[in-house]
Design a protein around this ligand. Structure first.
Ligand code: MN
Length: 242
């Protein structure tokens, strides 16, 4: 397999993992920047992530125009991906999801910050984007590049931004990084909801976040998690090196 084929398989595995771990359901999506064409990204046709296969993957310009649509239907929210790739040269993968555990933090003043060590990739601060601020009453979906760019502005240099009453986006340098960050963002949100009921919460310090992020970016640690998640998602035979 060449690099692109491997990346496409990895993207399929990412779709299945996010579904298996309950981060996405019928909705939500994950994309990668095209490995050879940084002005394009790759995203499934409009389909539940657990059902996505290589034949579903489509190439898009950053504006969201398909290169070879072949009659396939498209996610209306693809401007989320284009807006972020356009604004952030460093971003090579993006997840958008509606994790029900995360959403309470998008509609209240309680910040979603990491308090659990494996959630360090969340970063010290998580902005909340509210589509209503600049676009008034909408169906909350990010369907135009103007909205995608507005969301990307709110994300800024962070890895995660919440979307009020809707979900979140997670942007990073690799598929494995954004999947890991998405899974543990959800786990941390659940733990935080439990902890807040008990009393004042001690969050990770900026130094702890930095130190743990370094550990989580090590490929050996990511490989261990990936092998586990891929196997649970029925993609054991697609783990790299096999
Ligand atoms: Mn959505």
């Amino acid at each position: 397999m060449n690099n692109i084929d491997e990346q496409l398989q990895e993207l399929v595995t990412a779709n299945r993992i996010l579904a298996r771990e309950g981060v996405v359901d019928a909705y939500g999506h994950v994309s990668i920047r095209h490995p050879e064409r940084p002005d394009r990204y790759i995203l499934s046709q409009s389909r539940a992530p657990d059902l996505v296969d290589v034949a579903d993957l489509m190439e898009y310009t950053l504006e969201g125009d398909p290169i070879d649509q072949q009659g396939r239907s498209m996610y209306t929210e693809r401007p989320i991906h284009g807006g972020i790739y356009e604004a952030r040269d460093d971003v090579l993968a993006v997840v958008h999801n509606h994790s029900p555990t995360v959403i309470p933090f998008s509609v209240t003043a309680t910040p979603l910050r990491p308090m659990f060590h494996l959630a360090a990739l969340t970063g010290p601060e998580v902005p909340v984007w509210d589509i209503r601020d600049n676009f008034g009453d909408t169906n909350l979906l990010v369907t135009t590049m103007e909205q995608g760019r507005d969301l990307a502005r709110c994300l800024g240099g962070h890895r995660v931004s919440l979307m009020r009453g809707h979900g979140c986006v997670v942007a990073g340098k690799s598929i494995r990084e954004v999947v890991m960050a998405s899974v543990y963002l959800q786990v941390n949100a659940g733990l935080l909801l439990e902890s807040l009921r008990l009393g004042e919460v001690k969050y990770l310090s900026p130094g702890e976040i930095e130190s743990m992020t370094e550990s989580q970016m090590r490929l050996t640690g990511q490989e261990r998690a990936w092998e586990y998640w891929a196997t649970r998602a029925g993609r054991a035979n697609r783990v790299q090196g096999e």
